[in-house]
Design a protein around this ligand. Structure first.
Ligand SMILES: Cc1cc2nc3c(=O)[nH]c(=O)nc-3n(C[C@H](O)[C@H](O)[C@H](O)COP(=O)(O)OP(=O)(O)OC[C@H]3O[C@@H](n4cnc5c(N)ncnc54)[C@H](O)[C@@H]3O)c2cc1C
Length: 387
């Protein structure tokens, strides 16, 4: 299919893309079924990815990163989606957790964690959501109380990606519970700190190879140097980082949608019904024509959002539009593509079956699509005071 020429990428990006695609094909795909069955990936794949420079690509060179532009992160997300791999939590580690440490950590934290995160020796997670609250982040109950030169962390988190494998986690906690969002701070917590424990791996309907987990903090003593940035400014940092997190979800959604269309185009040409290929039915051709059109439109918008990120100009509302619209589109595309596979689409051995169950969560995590619409409505002058 003729795709609109994507001007974001140069010849070095193209070489990088080929290398990532080969890594997925040769190192990841052959192991993925095993990881899905047991619910977590091997730590070895993290080290292999680190060794060839596929983790934390945007991190500064002095910490071992490549200081690469976000096109490289986009390529990593796209190639993972095209290979139909959702077991790897590389994005959370490289493009969500690591930037918090780089952007808000003191030099001791950066020196301690970033080089080992780049090499894959340490696996990172980020813990915002709690059993009683996800969308309403201001209502979290985890507290970090100051005591002389340290903080005491208490509370629990849930649904944490990389939670079971993680060596280090960025924890969102209240340092002043009387102040709502203005009493929130971020901490870097080592997984082997006394009082920190991991719960069971959660059984999910999709993303089966990803180790999503509960985390518990029981009087965890943290040196005050483990705080990111300033006390009570955590919410500001979250708001600064979330647009990129949401765009990453959108990038994956568009790439997976395109992959689903590609698999389906092939399938409907090979499968014969009533003595002719399924692709000969006008309804099949028109449906795929419509989906291909919508995915190209989405791609143009997402590429524009990436340009905005490169210029440091992606605002919260535009990122929310991208996240909500493309993940809704992904769910529609995988549903309709599965339908065109008939009963085989419901069989696990067909990539569309897995894409179908993996897609559903895209509308939920990173802020639900309802919350995205809240943010967009505020940006068009329809904000409602929260009491
Ligand atoms: C597989 C997976 C991985 C995840 N990974 C992480 C992670 O690594 N780190 C992390 O911190 N969290 C993670 N999450 C948590 C995720 O971000 C939350 O599930 C999400 O933010 C929603 O929160 P909730 O589940 O508490 O739903 P709730 O907040 O309870 O929402 C329930 C429903 O109410 C709707 N709703 C809520 N508020 C409004 C409103 N104002 N207007 C209209 N509707 C509203 C929601 O849209 C939703 O439909 C993950 C979740 C999953 C499933």
């Amino acid at each position: 299919m003729t795709m609109i020429n994507r001007k974001l990428f140069n010849s070095e990006h193209a070489i990088f893309r080929d290398n990532v695609a080969r890594f997925m094909r040769e190192q990841v795909v052959p192991n993925d079924e095993k990881w899905q069955e047991r619910g977590f990936v091997s730590k070895n794949i993290w080290r292999q990815a680190g060794k060839i420079g596929f983790l934390c690509v945007g991190i500064e060179k002095k910490y071992g990163g490549a200081d690469a532009d976000k096109c490289y992160s986009m390529i990593l997300i796209e190639e993972q989606a095209k290979a139909n791999i959702t077991s790897l939590g590389f994005g959370v580690h490289s493009d969500i957790a690591a930037p918090y440490i780089q952007n808000y950590g003191n030099s001791a934290l950066k020196n301690k964690y970033l080089p080992k995160m780049v090499s894959g020796e340490l696996i990172a997670a980020i813990a915002m959501t709690e059993p009683s609250t996800g969308s309403d982040l201001q209502a979290i109950n985890t507290t970090a109380k100051k005591h002389e030169d340290h903080y005491i962390l208490n509370g629990s988190k849930t649904f944490i990606t990389n939670g079971w494998n993680c060596d280090v986690v960025i924890v969102v906690a209240k340092t002043d519970p009387t102040k709502g969002s203005k009493g929130t701070s971020l901490f870097v917590v080592d997984a082997d700190t006394d009082g920190f424990s991991k719960g069971k791996r959660l059984k999910k309907i999709g993303l089966k190879g990803q180790d999503t987990c509960e985390l518990f903090f029981n009087n965890v003593k943290l040196p005050k140097e483990n705080m990111l940035g300033y006390e009570n400014d955590g919410f500001i940092y979250l708001m600064q980082e979330l647009p990129w997190e949401r765009l990453q979800i959108a990038i994956g959604a568009v790439a997976k949608s395109q992959a689903a269309i590609d698999w389906t185009i092939k399938y409907v040409q090979e499968r014969s019904v009533f003595g002719k290929p399924v692709s000969h039915f006008q309804t099949t051709r028109f449906r795929l024509a419509e989906l291909a059109t919508e995915v190209q439109i989405a791609q143009v918008f997402i590429d524009r959002c990436l340009e905005m990120i490169l210029d440091d100009k992606l605002d919260a509302a535009t990122a929310s539009m991208a996240k909500y619209w493309t993940t809704d589109l992904e769910c529609k595309v995988v549903d309709e593509c599965l339908q065109m596979h008939g009963g085989y689409g419901y069989m696990w051995e067909y990539p569309i079956a897995r894409a179908y169950v993996d897609a559903r969560v895209q509308k939920i995590y990173g802020g639900t699509n309802e919350i995205m619409k809240e943010l967009i409505s505020r940006s068009i002058g329809l904000g409602v005071d929260r009491k």
